[in-house]
Design a protein around this ligand. Structure first.
Ligand code: ZN
Length: 237
């Protein structure tokens, strides 16, 4: 966490050097705001998933600040606000989009009570960071915001295969996460004929095989079905 604090501190000073107003930090994300004019947001997420590489998220924030710097104080007819989202990937708390939910005013109090693997709640983590969870509502976007731009590395093979260095996306992937539990019917395998057995692992395997082609059949751009984690417990003796 000390590294993140240092990182935010360094970035905040960089943003301040390039902009007319000081940056603010809410719920662990930085935001530099121009309070009076219509404004566009540029940014990305601060956290990343394991093995996502050195540029996931971070590149979008660094480039946003670099764009401000490149303006060299030149005024545009609209404001530019830099935003860096925390806990976008849900790795620590198992719940994604915490920073961006705060930005759109949809971070409810229940979410602040979610705990990480060490038993630290989102609320406590925000306090440990030196911030006040009560100030989260101040992060909510107002009507003067006109758009959001995110520069992000491609984390798939499409552009690489087309030998294209840059592209604009036409759609963005949303996520629905479900936790499914497959239960055995209590039967004795040796004495139960195959057609009367009900095995959890077999059922899960059938479900996985059915979901896989479903994702491929849909014509929607970016549609995919993933089976992230599976665990099996056996109570049978
Ligand atoms: Zn990312």
């Amino acid at each position: 966490m000390i590294a993140i604090v240092k990182l935010l501190d360094g970035w905040s000073r960089w943003v301040f050097a390039c902009a007319s107003t000081p940056p603010e930090i809410f719920a662990g994300f930085i935001q530099q705001r121009s309070p009076t004019v219509r404004a566009s947001l540029i940014g990305s997420h601060l956290d990343t998933v394991p093995n996502a590489g050195a540029y996931d998220g971070i590149l979008g924030i660094v480039l946003a600040i670099a764009l401000l710097e490149a303006l060299q104080g030149r005024r545009l007819p609209f404001g530019i606000e830099v935003v860096g989202f925390s806990e976008e990937e849900g790795v620590r708390f198992g719940t994604p989009f915490i920073g961006s939910l705060a930005l759109v005013g949809r971070l409810d109090q229940q979410l602040l009570d979610v705990h990480d693997a060490q038993g630290i709640s989102v609320r406590k983590a925000i306090e440990n960071f030196g911030l006040n969870p009560e100030e989260i509502p101040q992060a909510e976007l107002k009507e003067r915001h006109t758009g959001y731009l995110e520069l992000h590395i491609e984390q798939g093979p499409v552009l690489e295969k087309l030998n294209l260095p840059l592209a604009a996306v036409e759609a963005i992937a949303g996520q629905s996460r479900l936790s499914l539990h497959f239960l055995d019917a209590p039967t004795m395998p040796v004495t139960t004929p195959m057609h009367l057995r009900c095995d959890a692992i077999t059922g899960a395997a059938e479900w996985i095989s059915a979901v896989e082609p479903l994702g491929s059949r849909r014509a929607w751009i970016g549609r995919d079905c993933r089976k992230d984690r599976s665990q099996a417990w056996s109570g049978r003796t």
